[in-house]
Design a protein around this ligand. Structure first.
Ligand code: MRU
Length: 354
């Protein structure tokens, strides 16, 4: 079992600090919107759906802290709190989805309850926002299970599967997206072996995914990212599954840097390349991958490993944290509503209309 990623009471959000995994299970506490945004920005928690869930709780705590005295103050506070959370990281649309959803709930409360607020209105507001945040997490948990089951059906018998980054329980409030497909596939007797790419520079695959796979009893091996093509060619890999941070309306998919390279290798070797992601990952405002903002993170994440410098002092560094895989390289999108195959603008709109 993977330890709980988030533990919420109305005044505090305990966050499993993923920077310390797998060596140490330690929780830090966020008590308002700013502390939640900082935990997201500093990668104490990460993974698109989990960022969204944390933001929902952060919003509820922030509005409790601001204790609006009337509906106009509530409306202003709601917009400010949502903007503060959305500024934490730019690529994962789940963050924007959750913050906007909480803001809209708060704005609806303000519209339905015009005028001055005393303790009773603030209590009702707090309870309503807590309920909504818990709903965001419950929906994520259910979506993970549904994706796992839909995805497992796509896998061949005796499947040797590869994944990248961490799209597991640690990235969600459920069993994970891509890793959920692997573990459900294993339960169905289909998955023989899994490979986790280490995922330079932040090492989500080495620190998190392989840890999850080992704990879930999936026969698995860790490889460095540059071993992927060789392992695919020589070790019978017959499927790749990854998660997503944002999917444009035509199916172009932003995910952890290195995903695009894997999709190209999959195409060359004629093996299916699956993306598992809940529907809030689909950003209809993005016409294609060119509209997706790619986060650039600090140079130190590239030049240092566990506090040790591994490159010359003063070196120039690039660190795009995500890349975009064109829809044409994706065999199918696995969502909680079902599988989209082939991946197309029309297929995506049909699925969202369900
Ligand atoms: O920078 P991270 O660790 O937040 O990036 C995570 C990923 O790229 C995941 O693959 C993605 O968020 C999907 S998580 C279910």
């Amino acid at each position: 079992m993977i330890p709980p990623r988030l533990k919420y009471t109305s005044g505090a959000l305990k966050v499993l600090d993923q920077r310390l995994l797998p060596d140490k299970v330690h929780y830090l506490t966020a008590r308002d919107g700013a502390q939640t945004a900082a935990a997201i920005k500093d990668m104490a928690l990460r993974g698109a759906p989990l960022i969204g869930c944390a933001a929902a709780f952060g919003f509820a705590m922030e509005l409790r802290r601001l204790a609006p005295k009337n509906s106009a103050q509530l409306a202003a506070a709601a917009k400010k709190a949502a903007d503060q959370l959305k500024a934490a990281r730019p690529t994962a649309v789940a963050l924007f989805y959750a913050a906007d959803r909480m803001r809209d709930k708060a704005l609806a409360f303000a519209a339905a309850n015009p005028g001055a607020y005393g303790p009773a209105q603030r209590k009702a507001l707090g309870a309503m926002l807590d309920r909504e945040a818990r709903l965001v997490t419950a929906e994520d948990e259910a979506a993970c299970l549904a994706m796992g089951r839909h995805g497992a059906k796509l896998l061949p018998k005796n499947c040797v599967i590869m994944t990248h980054c961490n799209a597991g329980a640690l990235a969600t409030m459920g069993i994970g997206t891509a890793v959920g497909v692997i573990t459900e596939g294993r339960k169905a007797g289909k998955v023989r072996h899994a490979y986790s790419c280490e995922t330079r520079p932040y090492l989500q695959g080495a620190r998190l995914t392989i840890w999850e796979l080992m704990r879930d009893g999936v026969p698995s091996e860790l490889i460095t990212d540059n071993m992927a093509a060789h392992i695919i060619k020589t070790c019978g890999v017959n499927a790749i599954v990854v998660g997503a941070d944002r999917i444009a309306s035509n199916g172009d998919t932003a995910n952890k840097i290195g995903t695009y390279a894997l999709a190209v290798i999959a195409k060359y070797h004629r093996i299916p390349f699956y993306v598992a992601a809940p529907t809030p990952t689909i950003d209809l405002k993005a016409r294609d991958g060119g509209d997706i903002i790619i986060e650039e993170r600090s140079c130190e994440e590239v030049t240092y490993v566990k506090g040790n410098r591994i490159a010359p002092k003063g070196v120039k560094v690039r660190h795009p944290a995500f890349d975009v895989t064109p829809a044409s390289l994706i065999t199918a999108l696995i969502t909680e509503k079902g599988v989209i195959k082939p991946v197309s603008r029309a297929g995506i709109s049909r699925q969202l209309a369900k």
